[in-house]
Design a protein around this ligand. Structure first.
Ligand code: MN
Length: 228
């Protein structure tokens, strides 16, 4: 064991459905505007421009089912997304081998301080203050590919207090999971523990303290997250 000079940060570890083992997280990549209808609602042309990514921090992932409303924002939005968990990686990964690096999938939320993100966009500045804040990515248990296979189609939906707000299908992704893995691996060295949030369908909007979000993806079940 190496000797550390200060207290060592805990490894971020997520529950795995049907297992007592945990999934350790190394990095979190998030794609922007990956469903055409969401690109349109955010004021962009949905034509197939090159994908772009931002990052959240590993310890922004939170399986607790509680989302603390963050400070310094009056316009916090939900974005339901499918998370992709890698078990291996590399650079310049070929498209036809990309899915072989996937360990599993999970329900996730890319919670966003939209007002701060908008200010950053306008100023041409990075998005972390709007995206990578504490507990900004509620996440469900990881479902292993060995149990559920790969998910490339199926309903994705979010309700707030029982009212349907977001509805789409995984097959509407502009950049598919293998394409995201291949593309990212041209710019970064991907590795076991890397997580990719695959974008949100249309219908994003604000939440308030006390709101209950119910998210569901075919094959991944359902997750309830309470805003506190
Ligand atoms: Mn998103």
């Amino acid at each position: 064991m190496p000797k550390f000079a200060i207290e060592t940060p805990p490894v971020v570890a997520l529950p795995i459905a049907g297992s007592d083992a945990l999934y350790p997280v190394r990095r979190v990549y998030c794609i922007g505007r990956n469903y055409a209808a969401h690109a349109i609602e955010m004021g962009h042309d949905p034509d197939r421009e090159a994908p772009f990514f931002f990052q959240k921090n590993p310890n922004n992932l939170d399986p607790s089912g509680r989302f603390p409303y963050p400070p310094n924002s009056d316009d916090v939005h939900y974005e339901v997304e499918m998370a992709v968990m890698l078990k291996s990686g590399g650079t310049n990964i070929a498209l036809d081998g990309a899915l072989g690096h996937v360990f599993g999938y999970a329900l996730a939320l890319d919670m966003t301080r939209r007002d701060l993100q908008a200010l950053q966009k306008k100023a041409g500045r990075p998005w972390e203050i709007g995206k990578a804040f504490e507990r900004s990515a509620p996440v469900g248990p990881v479902h292993q590919v060995s149990n559920i296979g790969h998910l490339d189609a199926g309903a994705i939906a979010l309700k707030v207090n029982g009212e349907l707000k977001q509805q789409g299908d995984l097959n509407q992704m502009i950049w598919k999971v293998p394409e995201m893995i291949a593309y990212l691996s041209e710019y970064f060295e991907l590795a076991a523990g890397d997580v990719i949030l695959s974008g949100t369908p249309a219908g994003v909007g604000p939440i308030a303290r006390g709101d209950v979000m119910d998210v569901a993806i075919d094959g991944l079940g359902q997750m309830t997250v309470e805003t506190v």
